[in-house]
Design a protein around this ligand. Structure first.
Ligand SMILES: *Cc1c(COP(=O)(O)O)cnc(C)c1O
Length: 439
């Protein structure tokens, strides 16, 4: 038998009497046969619960001066934007494709923040035409472009400036300037952050509303945000002294971590935000400045453990004295995170949870790359064979949104689960979809 607590990374996972994996209270084997594999499942209630955790934490910490923006690159499709609209969340977008998708969901774009380190003129025009609320401006060149296009369109565009606080999310004590060397933002250390602020204040077609920073991802430690607050609130103060500018919005970025494997810590988001909130208030009152609206922009931690991928096992290949490979009907086309980051995952045989998962193996995809691996050195039941359903946990973030058609493999559907019901949010691609752009 397994110690299932090792695998149950999130409360939406459970095991039925027949040893099947249940997700959001539904039998994954039944879902696999209804919708086919590979299959992305998403637990709608979990997504909503995470939104509410954030919005209520921010309300407690900052009353009406807090805001949560869903960083939609983590999982971007129409239904997600509808959920975000219903939950009263703002959104971050990083491309016109995301803007268009949000618009199709009737998401109010006045509540959308346009990021990206290189917005083209066409991007800027499109976003302004669609009525984007805010640009988060990366650099001075972009600032001039937005000012020029805003003038052409006859509007005054609200902007935030992306500031690089010089904090490395993991080693910030030792390497306090490690992240100045980044393609994102304007650094305080080099003086560019003040320069871009000065320029923003001088441009007639822009309204500077505040500052943004984002120090990294998979952060488990509140002290990273505390250090960020120290730097950013001081910057807000310095900008007030230098230019008399009163910051209306201070965006502290996203990055809260999630559990991919049992060794990953659990972070209490509410507690962390309250801690960060106390620190913000302390710093603000020390400097005697006005409290800006404080934004958080979580992506991964909203959707990651609301998602799970199901595959069907194919060839099980033992290489004597080396290892066993369990191949599945997906791979790097639906999960590029292993090949990109060497990410680790928890895998389960969704039909055989009442058998010990004690056979060491690597679960690999079907793409023509030896790096096409879902997880190395995991354990599956000895009896794992062709036709078994393999579940890969915590795939709600940066999976569907990063999926490709490599090897001309059609992308899997996204099926939402809610209250015992399931429904398609994104349908499975067909071969006709895959070939539809070929002239
Ligand atoms: C990706 C990103 C986020 C979200 O990060 P997560 O780790 O998914 O929470 C937030 N803000 C910006 C600017 C980002 O680029």
């Amino acid at each position: 038998m397994n110690d299932l607590t090792d695998f149950m990374l999130c409360g939406n996972l459970s095991v039925s009497d027949n040893g099947h994996l249940n997700f959001a209270g539904q039998d994954t084997a039944a879902l696999a046969s209804e919708y086919g594999t590979p299959l992305y499942l998403m637990d709608e209630e979990r997504i909503r619960e995470r939104c509410r955790t954030y919005t209520s934490a921010v309300r407690t910490a900052f009353s009406d001066k807090g805001r949560v923006l869903y960083a939609s690159k983590a999982a971007s499709f129409k239904r997600i934007y509808e959920i975000m609209r219903e939950e009263g969340m703002g959104i971050d977008v990083v491309s016109c494709g995301e803007i268009r998708t949000a618009e199709k969901a009737n998401f109010p774009l006045s509540n959308a923040y346009f990021h990206s380190n290189n917005k083209t003129d066409a991007d800027i025009e499109y976003a302004i035409e669609r009525g984007i609320g805010y640009f988060v401006v990366d650099n001075e060149e972009e600032l001039f472009a937005i000012d020029r296009i805003a003038k052409e369109k006859g509007i005054k565009q609200a902007v935030l400036l992306r500031i690089t606080p010089g904090i490395d999310p993991h080693t910030y004590e030792e390497v306090a300037t490690g992240k100045v060397d980044s393609k994102f933002g304007s650094a305080i250390e080099t003086g560019q952050a003040f320069l871009i602020t000065k320029t923003a204040l001088s441009l007639e077609n822009l309204e500077l509303v505040g500052f943004h920073c984002h120090v990294g991802s998979q952060v488990f430690d509140s002290s990273v945000y505390i250090a960020t607050v120290d730097v950013m609130v001081k910057f807000v103060y310095d900008v007030f002294l230098k230019f008399g500018f009163i910051t209306k919005k201070l965006d502290l970025g996203g990055g809260y971590g999630v559990r991919y494997i049992k060794e990953d810590p659990v972070i209490d988001i509410k507690e962390s935000i309250l801690e960060v909130g106390e620190h913000v208030k302390k710093c603000i009152s020390q400097y005697g400045i006005e409290m800006p609206e404080i934004c958080f922009e979580p992506g991964r931690s909203i959707v990651a453990d609301a998602g799970l991928t199901l595959y069907t096992a194919g060839t099980v290949k033992n290489i004597p004295t080396y290892k066993t490979y369990v191949s599945v009907d997906g791979g790097m086309a639906d999960n590029p995170r292993y090949i990109l980051y060497g990410s680790q995952y928890t895998l389960l045989n969704a039909l055989k949870l009442n058998e010990a998962h004690d056979m060491p193996c690597s679960v690999v995809g079907r793409c023509c790359e030896s790096g096409d691996i879902i997880a190395e050195n995991v354990k599956m039941p000895e009896s794992t064979c062709r036709g078994d359903i393999i579940a890969c946990l915590t795939t709600g973030a940066y999976h569907y949104s990063m999926a490709s058609n490599y090897n001309r493999i059609p992308r899997p559907p996204v099926v939402m689960l809610n209250g015992g019901e399931s429904y398609l949010a994104v349908r499975r691609e067909t071969f006709d979809d895959v070939t539809s752009l070929d002239i």
